[in-house]
Write a protein that binds this ligand. Sequence first.
Ligand code: SF4
Length: 374
Amino acid sequence: MAGLYLHIPFCKQACHYCDFHFSTNLRSKTDLVIAMVKEIEGQKQFFGTKHLNSIYFGGGTPSLLTVSELGMLFDSFQKHFTWDHSCEISLEANPDDIDKSKLKAWINFGINRLSIGLQSFNDAELQWMNRAHNAIESESAVKMSQDAGIENISIDLIYGTKFQNLSNWESTLKKAIDLNCAHVSAYNLTIEGKTKLHHLLINGAEPEVDEHLSSKQFERLVERFAEAGLEQYEISNFAKAGKIAVHNSSYWFQKPYLGIGPSAHSYHEKLRQWNVKSNALYIQQITKGEKHFEIENLSDKDLYNEFILTRLRTKWGVDEKDLLARFGEDALKHFKKGIAPYGNHLNYSSGVYQLNAAGKLLADKMASDLFLDE
Ligand code: SF4
């Protein structure tokens, strides 16, 4: 299993909650794609296999790429990698970028999964987020993509904003279910430092997230999606049968992935590397053949902590035998001692610990209590 991630660091405008790496200056987009093609050439042996199980265009806003920019990237994949019809090829798209001709081009390239940044069905809320689309565009983008023949569509939702209450959240969930998508990612609003929302919060112009309401919304989300046949396979991710995200799952299962583009991370066995964040510096360093990334050798403690953090969040949970085989008896003892106080938040069966509904609300705290210290 190996995955390729392409970070496309451009957006039309800055969403007020977003702390991803992107620029709203699109002038260097083609130069950056040319640099990414060079980076692929230089990193093609990163994971020792040419065969890909997933290709993921994330960002930023990959739906801003022109057909010729996407073509340069696919030409490069074809030169250096192999994949077959089972490969998941995903592209993150914003509703306002989706039209019939782009959909046709994406399908011709072999893109077989769209992740549409829908976020909300409320125009006032979308404006408050500073999204570039309205609610009508959101719904029509999903329908247009379905009509074009893309079956594997994921939509993103955000909950916990000041616009929401349990009643309008129920309407949002119903609308999301009625769109009949294969996959939904639903995220609790977190106000990250250095975002516009954080600036407004510390100046008293925005309220804190109401965590009590968010917890209630999360419970409704899980219930309604379960009734609709969307399985919660990770805390924030829900899928119909057979539509679990292949690429994102590789992060939770410690499978190797190569990240291309500014700020992209790569992982293989005990090695993690991450690219320079600045678009200008990335282009300059790649063009001059200079080093554009940092490397870290992961310790057993790092690998154990990552394993606990990611597995606890998934429906597969933490398997004692797997933990023992990977990290040894001392790590297993540490895990069992740390998990003991959380008996009411877990299901335990055949050596596997899985979070129950109450545990899912505490996943991050539980994981940090289970971490190995220096
Ligand atoms: S479009 Fe996506 S990446 Fe760009 S600012 Fe908005 S949330 Fe962030």
